[in-house]
Every structure is written in structure tokens, then in C-alpha cells.
Design a protein around this ligand. Structure first.
Ligand SMILES: Nc1ncnc2c1ncn2[C@@H]1O[C@H](COP(=O)(O)OP(=O)(O)O)[C@@H](O)[C@H]1O
Ligand SMILES: [Mg+2]
Length: 270
């Protein structure tokens, strides 16, 4: 990589008509880092992921992923990334092995390497025992692990996960986390994930950006964000406050900084 950054976003905007789903966002993520994009529904998280994975084009601005420009080097970007979309995408009619074989062909992995690569990722995601079973009988957590396995086959440098544990029960969520940590520790992959779960950020990510109405309204380590909120502050507080603002249609009057200020003055008052 000719840049130390796994992801480098420079003033990117995505507009649908007059509406800006992503509004002039800039962001840098180091290679090997795990980074979370959090924010209420509609904040623009998936829109950012779609641009970075070359599935949609920015209206303005630019970005590099694994050192490649998303607009001018999109096929290089695709070869170097894994993508786990928000909606489940494994084919239920096929076995886990067959799903992986499809991905191996999609990524143009030489047929002579199929068996070894598929066995490796099945092992890494703890699915070797169920490789020949139809995915229709899998739990949500198993399907997510299969999708992570699919995204790893071509040994990407950056993996994007859009709400990887949404809809999973806490036990399944924990298993997925355990396997994501394995990706981080053993495969040293850069992970960009979006989530609603603050526990997920604290469990998996070194840094996060808080997105609200297409703009980054806070960025830092989970600990720094929490200390901004005062001693009793949690990441959930920011999230709830931003969501409430949306409900009451008064966003903008109270931004992330104000929330921190309010929390701190509340803490002082005891
Ligand atoms: N294809 C599209 N056409 C029009 N509006 C869209 C489209 N995709 C997303 N949006 C809008 O952009 C905003 C951000 O959406 P999205 O990026 O999916 O947010 P998030 O993933 O944070 O929930 C939402 O208001 C959504 O309705
Ligand atoms: Mg989304």
C-alpha cells in the first residue's frame, strides 16, 4: 500500500436529488485498525459503505481504499476488499461449501486453490462441521459467520461490515464478535463496521465516528467519546439523544458537543 491508510475519505458527498445522505465527510482509517461508524437510522452509514465498496458513486469528493481510488481504480478496490451487506446474502438453497465455491469463482480464485481456501475460512469461522449442510437450516449467527467466511476468501485487506449483528440474539452476537476478533488478530484485516450496538463498538473497535444526518458529529476512541460525556456518560446517551432530536425534529439545536457540555454540567451539579 502506498499510503498508510486503509481508508482515506476526502470531502465525500452523496446526494439523492436535493437531499444529501452523506454531507462532506472526511475520514482516515489506518491499516490494521478497526473503525466503527455509528448513528441513528438514516444517518448515512450504508451510503458511505456503498461508496467505499464501489457499489455507488459519490456526488462529489473522493476516497481511497487500500490505496486505490474508488472512482478511477474501482476494480483494484474490489479485489482488495470484503463486503458484508446489511441484508443477509447467503443462498439458503445451497450448502455452506457451495456458497463459498460461488464466492471463490466470483473472486476469480484459481480452481486449484478452491479446496484449501474454502477449508481455511470454514475453519476460521468454526463452520467446518456444517460445511455440507444446507444454509436454510442455519441460525442467523451461523449465516453471518458464513458471510464473513465468504468475504475473507480472497484475503482482502479491508473488510466492510454493515450492521453485522443486527437481529441476532446476544449469544449469537458474541460468537460473531469472537470470530471478528480472530480476523483482527490472526489476519490483521482492517475492519470498518456500522452498528447500532454500542457494546459492539467497545468490543471490537479502537475508534469510531458518530454520524448524524450525513455529517460526522464526533470522532475518537470509545473512551475519549465517553469522557466527553462525563463520568456517567455512555455511548448510548449520545445515540439516544440524537435519535430523540430526530423524533422531535429539532436536530441542529443540540449537537454532539452540546450533549457533552450538558452531561458535564449535570455531573458537576451532582
Ligand atoms: N437510493 C436512495 N434514494 C434516495 N434516498 C436514499 C437512497 N438510499 C438511501 N437514501 C436515504 O439516505 C439516507 C441515509 O440512508 P442510509 O445511508 O441507508 O442510512 P443508514 O445506513 O445510516 O441507516 C436516508 O434518509 C435514506 O432514506
Ligand atoms: Mg444502513
Amino acid at each position: 500500500m502506498n499510503t498508510p491508510y486503509a481508508v482515506e475519505i476526502d470531502s465525500i458527498t452523496k446526494a439523492y436529488g436535493a437531499f444529501k445522505a452523506v454531507d462532506n465527510v472526511s475520514l482516515k482509517v489506518n491499516a490494521g485498525e478497526s473503525f466503527a461508524l455509528i448513528g441513528p437510522n438514516g444517518a448515512g452509514k450504508s451510503s458511505i459503505i456503498k461508496m467505499l465498496t464501489t457499489l455507488s458513486q459519490p456526488t462529489s469528493g473522493s476516497a481511497k481504499v487500500a490505496g486505490f481510488d474508488i472512482a478511477t481504480q474501482s476494480s483494484d478496490v474490489r479485489l482488495n476488499i470484503g463486503y458484508i451487506p446489511q441484508l443477509l446474502c447467503a443462498d439458503g438453497a445451497l450448502t455452506a461449501w457451495e456458497n463459498l465455491l460461488l464466492s471463490a469463482r466470483l473472486y476469480r480464485i484459481p480452481p486449484s486453490e478452491h479446496k484449501d481456501r474454502i477449508s481455511e475460512v470454514l475453519e476460521a469461522m468454526n463452520l467446518a462441521d456444517v460445511a455440507q449442510q444446507s444454509v436454510r437450516g442455519f441460525s442467523g449467527g451461523m449465516i453471518r459467520r458464513l458471510e464473513i467466511a465468504q468475504s475473507m476468501l480472497h484475503r482482502p485487506r479491508v473488510i466492510f461490515m454493515d450492521e453485522p449483528t443486527v437481529g441476532l440474539d446476544p449469544a449469537a452476537r458474541n460468537t460473531v464478535w469472537k470470530h471478528v476478533r480472530r480476523l483482527q488478530e490472526e489476519y490483521k484485516v482492517t475492519i470498518i463496521l456500522t452498528t447500532h450496538y454500542m457494546a459492539e463498538v467497545e468490543e471490537l473497535c479502537g475508534r469510531l465516528a458518530i454520524l448524524h444526518r450525513g455529517k460526522i458529529v464526533g470522532e475518537g476512541t470509545p473512551a475519549a467519546i465517553k469522557s466527553d460525556l462525563g463520568p456517567q456518560g455512555t455511548l448510548d446517551d449520545i445515540f439516544e439523544r440524537l435519535a430523540r432530536n430526530d423524533d422531535e425534529e429539532k436536530a441542529g439545536k443540540e449537537n454532539y458537543r452540546d450533549i457533552g457540555r450538558n452531561r458535564r454540567s449535570l455531573a458537576k451539579r451532582g
